[in-house]
Write a protein that binds this ligand. Structure first.
Ligand code: PLP
Length: 425
């Protein structure tokens, strides 16, 4: 089968623009007439640093990231960030508390007294808040319970309770049970498996203007570069490259510089050990990665190069940057939801209208009453038309059309035509 014959709707790793891949293939063999491929050059060479810095600058340009934020290129994927955010923000929380105690009790306070008081505060006040709106935020909350213990994890919202035990809605903010001064409040902007997306930034998490405002962590793995982000409402934004940015292998963390040294250093490992709290492996330690311009250890410069090419293409395509891409994403998603809604006896969209994802359109095929049979037939017909990767996540079944940036409008139209054809056959 030829590449041009299909449109691939898989959820990740995802489809990439063919011209970007062709350029990358050339660079893999011989990068800019150096006789050596981009994956073979040292990650410490000037050439590699230029690729890295240019990719970071283009990302900041496309998303309007203020320079009060640092961009870190990490490894370990979104799952690595579930852990990294916990290690780092717990260490920041402890350090803030330690500094405050020293201020209150004077520079001469003994180490023993500090540890005793901090132990008390950790037990009674250290909390991590999770807004569980789908399978990925659930996983992130489970990682917090695994690393720290469930007593430190506050599930401020479990969206299943208001929806017959299933994900698909986001209950009103007035029902959320947020902690006071949580070490972090975690949200997944777009739940890739369940097709649920936050329509806007929650009012309850808006900055208060004080240092004690919410420390919000946003998982943007499946929605980055497809919508404008109010960056300054977040302390940390993270995402793997493999959906809207590039090939699998790098993870981007955008972090407020005020959470990094010299403003705040995480608590010393020796103190964390005394408090029974976990210590970040060095490759997940944001301060270390920031200090080394993301080159603490060997980074895949090829992955960074591909991401850079995707960003250059986006910047050239959309003069109004992410707003232009957002409009395109919304247009594509709207045309698919319109067909699905037009045939309520044949299709059922999983997510409530108020929180439908623009990136992962999840639905069931109910035609004829036997959902399993109907979905098998639907998928078979789709593949025959070159529409692939539509099978839903194995944990939930159903159909999922991932509408990432690289899916052309013409590919979406082909799917819309097939949806109509199947419904009316
Ligand atoms: N978060 C979201 C929203 C995801 O969609 C995924 C993977 O698809 C992850 C986290 C986990 O990412 P990774 O596979 O890079 O660890």
């Amino acid at each position: 089968m030829k590449r041009e014959d299909i449109t691939y709707f898989g959820a990740g790793p995802a489809y990439l623009p063919s011209d970007v891949l062709a350029t990358a293939a050339g660079a893999l063999l011989n990068y800019e007439e150096t006789g050596l491929g981009v994956a073979e050059h040292s990650h410490r060479s000037e050439l590699a640093t230029n690729i890295l810095n240019s990719m970071k600058a283009d990302l900041a340009e496309f998303l309007d990231i203020p320079d009060t934020y640092e961009i870190l290129i990490m490894q370990g994927g979104g799952s690595g960030e579930f852990s990294a955010t916990i290690y780092n923000l717990v260490a920041v929380w402890v350090e803030k508390r330690r500094k405050q105690l020293v201020r209150e009790r004077g520079e001469n306070v003994s180490e023993e007294e500090l540890v005793k008081e901090l132990q008390k505060q950790v037990q009674t006040e250290l909390r991590l808040d999770y807004l569980v709106t789908g399978s990925w935020s659930l996983k992130a909350s489970q990682e917090a319970a695994r690393l720290l213990g469930p007593e430190y994890v506050n599930v401020a919202l479990d969206a299943r309770t208001a929806n017959e035990g299933k994900f698909g809605k986001i209950p009103e903010e007035s029902t959320w049970k947020l902690s006071q001064k949580a070490a972090l409040v975690y949200m997944c902007e777009n739940e890739t498996v369940d097709g649920v997306e936050f329509p806007r930034f929650p009012k309850a998490l808006e900055p208060t203007g004080s240092e004690d405002g919410p420390i919000v962590v946003g998982d943007f793995s499946s929605t980055i570069l497809s919508r404008r982000i109010p960056v300054e409402n977040y302390s940390i934004i993270f995402f793997g490259a493999q959906k809207n940015l590039g090939v699998t292998g790098i993870t981007v963390t955008i972090i407020k510089k005020s959470l990094l040294p010299p403003t705040i250093s995480p608590a010393a490992p020796s103190l964390l050990r005394k408090l029974g709290l976990p210590i970040a492996p060095v490759i997940l330690d944001y301060a270390t990665i920031a200090k080394n311009n993301s080159l603490y250890n060997t980074l895949s410069i090829f992955d960074v190069y591909v991401a850079g090419q995707v960003l250059k293409k986006l910047l050239a395509t959309f003069p109004d940057k992410v707003d232009g891409q957002q409009a395109a994403a919304e247009r594509k998603a709207a045309s698919l939801y319109a067909v699905l809604d037009a045939y309520p006896d044949v299709y059922r969209v999983v997510a409530d209208k108020s929180v439908r994802s623009r990136m992962n359109i999840c639905f069931r095929v109910t035609k004829g009453g036997n959902v399993d049979e109907a979905e098998k037939a639907f998928l078979k017909g789709a593949v025959e038309r070159g529409l692939t990767g539509l099978k839903g996540h194995r944990s939930v079944g159903g159909i999922r059309a991932s509408n990432y940036n690289a899916i052309p409008e013409s590919g979406v139209q082909k799917l819309a035509v097939y949806l109509k054809e199947y419904a009316t056959a």
